[in-house]
Design a protein around this ligand. Structure first.
Ligand SMILES: [Zn+2]
Length: 214
């Protein structure tokens, strides 16, 4: 009971008993199988290609056979804040910190999802990163406007338009230097629309952090 409450337990993959500092329910042995994206030229090229942005930290590629799809799923739908924070700390241990006055801005989740899950996984990731990097998390710089239109069935152009309407940057007395934090990088459309919304309010977006590459 206490172990469960502390977030301890057994490795989801192999059942080994976990220690207090283990990452997202995965023992070090199973973590060796993760297709990790380390700092370096390859990861930078990947960020540029997908989002047109500098990656300040990446986690792993999504791969069901190597366990990372399951890790992402548990982080998003497991209902616990802790795995996301630990994954944030795990990433920031390998990647050098952005410049000292940078703030981390998580991509806001849809309010329905937030209500259902009780938290925004990207914000928890950002808290884990901020803790090691000594930076602030500023979720209030970016809000998600309500929209009722379904994305399915629309053309790509229409989808872009709906996404653009989704995020609104918030002005602050002093414009901030921002790194956007998101859980998954697929097409980079979310990053681009968030960066545009922040830059429309005078902030400078210097890149992003993504836990997983789809
Ligand atoms: Zn294991």
């Amino acid at each position: 009971m206490l172990r469960a409450w502390l977030g301890l337990g057994r490795c989801w993959e192999c059942g080994t008993m976990l220690l207090a500092n283990e990452v997202a329910g995965t023992c070090p042995g199973c973590r060796l199988a993760w297709p990790v994206l380390p700092p370096g030229a390859g990861s930078q090229a990947l960020g540029q290609m997908r989002a047109g942005a500098l990656p300040w930290a990446l986690g792993f590629r999504l791969c069901a056979e190597r366990g990372t799809s399951q890790v992402l799923h548990r982080m998003k739908y497991g209902g616990l804040i802790d795995p996301a924070q630990r994954l944030g700390r795990w990433m920031s241990a390998a990647w050098p910190s952005p410049p000292p006055d940078t703030v981390l801005v998580p991509v806001p989740s849809h309010w329905r999802r937030r209500l259902r899950r009780g938290f925004n996984p990207s914000e928890s990731l950002a808290c884990g990163l901020a803790c090691n990097w000594g930076l602030a998390v500023e979720p209030s710089l970016l809000v998600r406007a309500a929209h009722r239109r379904s994305l399915t069935g629309s053309s790509r152009v229409e989808r872009m338009r709906v996404l653009e309407a989704c995020y609104v940057g918030m002005p602050t007395p002093n414009a901030r230097r921002v790194v956007v934090v998101d859980d998954v990088l697929t097409t980079g459309a979310t990053y681009r629309t968030c960066a545009q919304a922040l830059e429309a309010e005078g902030h400078t977006c210097i890149g992003g952090v993504w836990l997983a590459m789809a």
